[in-house]
Design a protein around this ligand. Structure first.
Ligand code: ACM
Ligand code: ZN
Length: 498
């Protein structure tokens, strides 16, 4: 029996040794956290919340001293690594603060109807970046839904939430300096009704605290220079033509983008990014950079002036100049810039991290140039694409079945060892043009997220599609008990959620 059939953990742990017997189910469990180490982290409430969400007939008591489940400190294990020891008498999760959370996720998943199988798990991730993106512009989702996704990320031992906060169809983060963004840019006219919403600074703080408890980094994205119609609707003077604009109610790529020639554009974006930098504690800020038509720039006197002044040969170089300027600004705020792979066009800003979405070539090029890269190609990582060829299958454009996601290897084989070390990891994207409800969004995301989690956590050579499928069968019960909607890979007849 292969190790992958002995348990239903997704992603597959590095080592799993079966023990003797079981820690038998009891309806009341005590949890304690060993004091010590340099952190005051306390994962006991998180674990208690996850376990009681899974089994509503369970109560957990947080205690000090002897307990059923003990979190024990270790300074030897690497960041996010953990050890899980389950015997018939006690359960022990050993690690640092983030290892505790990964171990708590594994323990939540391992629960069977009559308790926990005795075992010893030693585990650590393959990739440092294990991400999920969420587009809240095309549809706005209240924070209780965002939290559901963050829980999914954490339960699958992933660690990054990329929050796509602005786009043509809506600006979703309130900015103190520009109240018009929440008043105007967050709303679009849909059949005569105002449709949209935005997150307040308090909402953002609530999400950040929720993510921090789960040791998930949150990466905000503020799109520029393209995908800017929502912002331009409130601030038309930041465009090349002066408007008039409306927050878009249709999908697509729009010609009206931020003017790269006007200083007011940079004054605006720098104020926005200053607030974003002080709100989000993480090291990364994503500035988009994708799908920016150069139509307006070509006929804008200000943009053409800028090109002459800066000695830029074409509009691609103007975009590179734009993005580089923002990169320097972010760097002066102690932040590192990420952009979609179009930021390679016209010259890659020196400090940028590249997110490779148009296939893998952007990632290859950037890694060879010595930049960090995150792989997120449309061929494997776009969860807005349909999951099957079934005629009623919801989704966009292409088809990305579960097996395709599972088969992805984030490190392009073209890279030598040095360039390969630049691949931070992998991320899937949830673009929501066709996901007006959260239920449908979960259906599109699951179980593909489970496959992606394994791609991100497990060395490529240890993956096994048959083993994954077998574990997934059990895992679907877990998802169901946790209250998630998913696409059952085998069910012939489907009811598509709206
Ligand atoms: C993208 O899908 N436009 C990054
Ligand atoms: Zn212009």
């Amino acid at each position: 029996m292969s190790k992958s059939f002995m348990h239903s953990l997704i992603p597959l742990p590095k080592t799993y040794r079966k023990g003797e017997g079981k820690f038998l189910w009891k309806s009341s469990l005590s949890i304690s956290v060993e004091q010590g180490g340099e952190s005051d982290s306390d994962p006991s409430h998180l674990l208690s919340g996850w376990l009681t969400r899974r089994r509503s007939d369970l109560t957990c008591e947080i205690v000090s001293g002897v307990s059923d489940i003990q979190f024990a400190c270790s300074s030897e294990l690497k960041d996010e690594a953990y050890r899980l020891d389950i015997t018939p008498d006690q359960i022990k999760i050993t690690g640092g603060p983030s290892g505790w959370v990964r171990g708590a996720a594994a323990l939540t998943m391992l629960l069977e109807s009559d308790g926990w199988p005795a075992c010893q798990v030693e585990d650590e991730p393959q990739f440092a970046w294990r991400g999920m993106h969420l587009d809240v512009s095309r549809h706005f989702y209240p924070i209780r839904f965002v939290k559901r996704l963050i829980d999914l990320i954490a339960l699958h031992r992933m660690n990054t939430f990329h929050w796509h906060l602005t786009d043509d169809q809506g600006w979703r983060i309130a900015i103190d300096a520009f109240p018009q963004l929440a008043q105007i840019s967050a709303w679009r006219d849909r059949d005569g009704e105002s449709y949209g919403g935005f997150y307040t600074a308090e909402d953002v703080k609530e999400i950040l605290a929720y993510a921090e408890e789960r040791k998930i980094q949150v990466v905000p994205e503020i799109e520029m220079p393209g995908h800017a119609l929502a912002a331009l609707s409130a601030f038309p003077d930041l465009s090349c033509t002066g408007g008039h604009f409306r927050v878009s109610n249709t999908c697509g790529i729009f010609d009206d983008v931020y003017c790269a020639g006007k200083e007011s554009t940079f004054a605006f974006l720098e104020k926005v990014l200053s607030e974003v930098c002080s709100l989000f504690p993480g090291p990364y800020i994503h500035v988009g950079g994708d799908e920016c038509p150069k139509t307006r720039w070509k006929s804008c006197p200000d943009c053409q002036n800028r090109m002459r002044e800066q000695g830029l040969k074409n509009e691609n170089e103007l975009q590179s100049w734009f993005v580089s300027r923002m990169g320097r600004f972010l760097q002066s705020h102690g932040k590192c810039m990420i952009g979609w792979d179009e930021i390679l066009e016209g010259g890659l800003p020196p400090t940028a991290v590249v997110m490779s979405w148009q296939g893998i070539k952007g990632g290859i090029e950037a890694a060879r140039l010595g930049h960090d890269v995150i792989m997120s190609p449309t061929s494997h990582c776009y969860f807005d694409y349909r999951q099957s060829t079934e005629p009623e299958e919801p989704g966009n454009l292409g088809i990305i079945p579960l097996e395709t996601v599972y088969g992805y290897d984030p490190v392009p084989e073209e890279l030598d060892a040095e360039a390969a070390s630049r691949v931070l990891g992998v991320q899937a994207n949830i673009w929501t043009e066709r996901m007006p409800t959260w239920k449908l969004l979960e259906y599109m995301t699951l179980p593909r997220l489970c496959a992606l989690a394994e791609v991100a956590w497990v060395p490529s050579e240890d993956k096994c599609w048959d083993g994954f499928q077998s574990r997934l069968e059990h895992h679907l019960h877990f998802l169901k008990e946790m209250g998630y909607t998913y696409r059952h890979p085998l069910r012939a007849k489907r009811e598509f959620p709206l």
